[in-house]
Structures are given as structure tokens and as C-alpha cells.
Design a protein around this ligand. Sequence first.
Ligand code: SAM
Length: 332
Amino acid sequence: MAEALRDRFGRSIDYLRISVIDTCNLRCVYCMPLRGLHFTPEAELLTAEEIERVGRAAVAVGFRRVRLTGGEPTLRPDLVDIVGRLSAIPGLQEVSMTTNAILLPRLAPALAAAGLRRINIHVDTLDPERLRRIMRFGTLSEIEAGIAAAEQSGLTPIKINCVVARGYNDGDVVDMARRTQEKPWHVRFIEMMPLGTGEAAKVALSRFVPTRDTRERIEAALGPLDELPRASLSDESRNFRLAGAPGVVGFISPVSEPYCGTCNRMRLTSDGRFHLCLLNDDELDVKKVLRQGGGQDEVAAVLARAVGLKPTGHRLEEGLSTEERQMFQIGG
Ligand code: SAM
């Protein structure tokens, strides 16, 4: 098995996040504007076969895990095929996915059968009205049905992603954390990142809530959070447990506690570019190589070059990032 590639800062890069589509069935206020959206035409999206070719090249240069994301990955009609192709690659230890769960009642059994191992589900509040305000399309009951379908299909442990936005859902974090006292879920509270310069980034900046405030609110209502050992150095979530709880409360703090130093990721956009860092516009085009008939060695060479160019460090705490791409175009 190949040794993972190291970048010029000595970081071992073995985790590929693959965005399979840039459209979404929700319009979260800090992620996607309601108007002025331009999505990648279908012919420009990587095909399932091209995604598999990148996956095989990635494993050949030491990548071990893949996460599918979007936009909303479940909107991709051939998602089960993509999962099956990736899961069949020898040496790939895990295929997981980030989703809003709305389409899971229909898809979860087939995804699990195709080899999907785990799932992160995005839900910002357990209050139906406030969910409508922050996530705009979709309903809480649809998301809850999706979570139940994921549990029934064994896509566990369920990890819930909750992005905290002042005036939208910061008052609901206690209810969300309380779920970990009832269920073995990992509920992770995420600090908003202001990507780009558009409407969503302005919301992310003006409604920012630091982890410290979220944690204080939870502890004031539910008691102390005991820190758990890190599952791995590259785990971006700091994890805690409420006394006696079966579940885990996590905090992902890219703004107040950046974790660039332990980043182990490379990202592939749905239109076929290696995106070197979530908070930096630098990309290398791999679709061109794929569409010119490039085989595993050529694709692996682009990936190795991308790892070599990976930057480190961001200045999010100083304001908007100058990133052109927005979150829904990269996949989180
Ligand atoms: N549609 C899927 C979903 O909602 O999970 C996958 C794509 S979404 C871009 C991936 C994750 O990014 C979501 O879980 C959401 O929590 C997170 N996210 C979106 N915009 C964000 C922002 N501005 N700051 C921090 N996290 C963000």
C-alpha cells in the first residue's frame, strides 16, 4: 500500500473530499443565495467513471478515505453507482458522505448496500419554523425521516452538522446538544466561514458565533462537557460528552481555532479541479487530463502536484476571504 503524500509543510494528505454536484435542494442563508446562481452544466460535471479514475489514482498515491459532498450529493442521479465504484477500489478504507438527508428515505438502503459507510447530516435547528428561516427550503420532518432512514440502514454513528448563526439558531444549540443525552449521535457545532464576497458570506460574517459562546450556552443549561481524546490528529472536531450521555458534542472552530496545521485534505470540485484549500482559490485542472484520455499515472501526477502546492494558514478572523468559489461549489 502506498505511503501517503506529504506536502511541503510535512502534512500527510490522505483524505479526498469529492463534490459530485454543485446544485442543492436547500438554500442555507450562510451558504447559497436565492438569486444569481450559476450551476455547472451536466456535461461539465465529472462522470461516475471519471470520479472512479480519480479515486483509483488517489489510492495509488496513498489516499485512504473519500467523502462525497456537494451541493447536495443525493441530487446526483448516479450517486449509488459512484459509491459502488469507489467502494470497490482496493485499499480505499472508507467512503462517507455529507448530506442534508432529505432524499435519504429513498436512497439510504441502496447507498449502504453499495458500500457507503458513514454519513454526516446537516441540520441547523430542531425547531421547524426556525429551520425554515435558516435552511429556507425543505422541512424538519423531511430531515428527520432521512436521519431515521440512515440509522435503519446502519450508516452510523450519525454525525449531525449544525452551523451556528446569531439570531437564526444560536438559541437552539441547547436542544440540539440535549439530543446526545438521548441518542448515540455526534452533534457537531460549526463556526461559520465567510467564503467569497457575496450575500451568503456577508451573513456568515455578520452572524458569526464563536465556539466559546456556543459551549458556554450548552454548559450553562446541561452541565459540564468532558473532553474526549482525539480520534486522530487530523480530526477537525474537538469532542466532548455530557455526563452519562450516549452521544458526543463536538465543536468545529475554523475561525477561532484554525486547524490548518493538521489538515490532511484535498478537495475535488464537481467540475473536475483539485481545490488546494477550502479558503484559497488555487486549483489544478484534472478534468482536462481525464478527458484527454489520461490514465492513472497522469491523474496521480496532477494530484501529487496539487498536494505539493497546498497552502497553509488563513486569515478568516480578519474578515471575508477573497475566495471566488463559494461553499456550495467546493463542498465544505
Ligand atoms: N448539502 C450537503 C449538506 O448540507 O451537508 C453537503 C454540502 S454543504 C456545503 C457541506 C457542509 O458545509 C454542511 O454540512 C454545512 O454545515 C457546511 N457549511 C455550509 N456553508 C458553511 C459556512 N459558510 N461555514 C461553515 N460551514 C458551512
